[in-house]
Design a protein around this ligand. Structure first.
Ligand SMILES: [Zn+2]
Length: 343
């Protein structure tokens, strides 16, 4: 087996992530492309990677209309860097197994990726990840950040972006006015401040634009912790006629991730990315909380990634890709008929 590029044996620093993305795109140039979908508060590139099997060329960054597309997202919350490591490692393994044309843990990678475009956004919140790894002084926004409250022991608890906005509470899903703030989090701080306006953050807008452009059949976003899934909210659940629950039952059967209850109260669940995706894109969206539950947002040490996350979650991206193909079939009938329709 050739050498792998992505190393998850310890902390995965931002400069190594960007370097490895370029290396992966070089190594797998036939199937993997990198696209800048926006800039963070501190002007870092927010990158999407598209894994596109088969010989067909798509020269520009657009959806291949003949195929469904699935989106996998990590690093919305700064401190949850297991989610970033998982996206990066899945990306490399799926490319590797595609090229080798070998099964990966029971999944025929080539047959899946030849039917769908897989998009990864491994680091939605690069500025936040930089704060977690290097401290608040490493931020260009230090003058603003230094007076913000940190909920937790130190900078490693940082969850927000470099404006002190919790990106997973910033989306305009129709619940903005009623979305409540925990006392003390109604101003910029390390986590749970929803922002002064919906969709106010460049990272939020990057995800919205990507979803609007590509029209994904399904989306999954990775967080920490709890080894569970959030898969439906009361505002949109009925729209899916049980499809969301069928997918989650299957996931719960195959993986360790426990299925939670439908999120009941938009005052509490509102304005997350997955809530926005369901409400506006009208497709199912899932959140997996990786790693065993930790009190107060404490994170496990980075070196424990393989033990706590990878061995359990490594094929979840392929699982979601497969489900996206099925969702797309539900929408358009079978893929062949859809192709004939659009020919
Ligand atoms: Zn999170």
């Amino acid at each position: 087996m050739d050498r792998f590029i992505v190393s998850t044996s310890d902390t995965y620093y931002l400069e190594n992530i960007y370097r490895d993305i370029d290396r992966l795109c070089d190594k797998y140039s036939g199937i993997l492309g990198k696209y800048v979908i926006g800039k963070s508060v501190e002007s870092r590139d927010i990158l999407a990677l598209r894994l596109h099997g088969g010989k067909d060329e798509i020269p520009r960054f657009a959806r291949d209309d003949r195929r469904p597309a699935v989106l996998l997202v990590g690093g919305i919350h700064a401190r949850e860097d297991f989610s970033v490591m998982l996206c990066m490692k899945m990306l490399e393994y799926y490319c590797h197994y595609y090229n080798e044309n070998k099964d990966f843990d029971g999944f025929n990678v080539k047959s899946i990726i030849d039917k769908i475009d897989m998009y990864f956004v491994p680091v939605v919140n690069p500025d936040g990840l930089n704060i977690v790894h290097n401290g608040i002084k490493a931020s260009e926004n230090y003058d603003k950040l230094k007076d913000m409250k940190i909920w937790g022991e130190d900078h490693t608890y940082w969850k927000a972006n470099a404006n002190g906005v919790d990106l997973n509470k910033n989306f305009d899903d129709g619940n903005w006015e009623i979305r409540t703030c925990v006392p003390g989090t109604d101003v910029p701080c390390s986590d749970r401040f929803k922002g002064y306006k919906p969709n106010s953050e460049p990272e939020t807008v990057a995800l919205i634009n990507l979803c609007t452009d590509i029209d994904f059949s399904l989306m999954a976003t990775y967080h920490c912790s709890g080894n569970c899934t959030f898969w439906a909210d009361s505002g949109t659940h009925s729209m899916f006629n049980g499809l969301d629950e069928r997918i989650m039952d299957e996931l719960a059967e195959k993986y360790i991730y426990r299925k939670t209850k439908i999120s009941p109260d938009p005052k509490i669940y509102g304005c997350g990315f997955e809530n926005w995706f369901r409400a506006k894109m009208k497709r199912p969206a899932f959140c997996i909380e990786l790693s065993p539950y930790q009190e107060g947002g404490k994170q496990h040490p980075d070196y424990m990634f393989d033990e706590l996350v990878w061995q359990y979650a490594k094929t979840t991206g392929l699982f979601f890709a497969q489900k996206a193909i099925e969702v797309n079939d539900d929408i358009y009938g079978d893929v062949e008929r859809y192709a004939a329709m659009t020919r």
